[in-house]
Ligand binder design. Structure first.
Ligand SMILES: [Zn+2]
Ligand SMILES: [Zn+2]
Length: 128
């Protein structure tokens, strides 16, 4: 299994699932259920229109009978500024250990620690 965005299965999610109405509905529900937002990368406050949702896990996503099923747990999704999200994926993609030898959640958390060090965000309060 690979967390790299270059991996074929990742492309399938990006071009298929992430453009599906099932994902749009799941995303809407995630934002509705979530109050104030902070970017999971830089930890700054953000509004819905400023963030994307990063998947910590695709375990809740299934494809069957010609359609997607979007059952991500609430905590499987991180709100992130597009730039912070891009940085997170760049860190994972260029690190062979994170890209291949950690599960997606572990890779994401390790990359987030690097981003927060870069932004000078203290690790004293864990968000969600
Ligand atoms: Zn951010
Ligand atoms: Zn992502």
């Amino acid at each position: 299994m690979s967390n790299s965005r270059r991996a074929a299965h990742a492309n399938r999610y990006r071009t298929g699932y992430l453009r599906s109405r099932q994902w749009f509905a799941r995303r809407d529900r995630w934002f509705r259920e979530h109050g104030s937002l902070r970017c999971a990368g830089c930890d700054r406050e953000a509004t819905r229109s400023q963030v994307e949702l990063h998947h910590l896990s695709y375990e809740g996503v299934h494809y069957a009978n010609g359609g997607w099923s979007a059952q991500e747990a609430h905590d499987d999704l991180w709100p992130m500024h597009p730039a912070c999200h891009e940085l997170l994926h760049r860190i994972i993609d260029k690190d062979p250990v994170l890209a291949r030898h950690r599960n997606r959640q572990q890779a994401s958390e390790a990359a987030r620690r690097l981003i927060r060090t870069r932004f000078g965000v203290g690790g004293t309060h864990e968000q969600r």
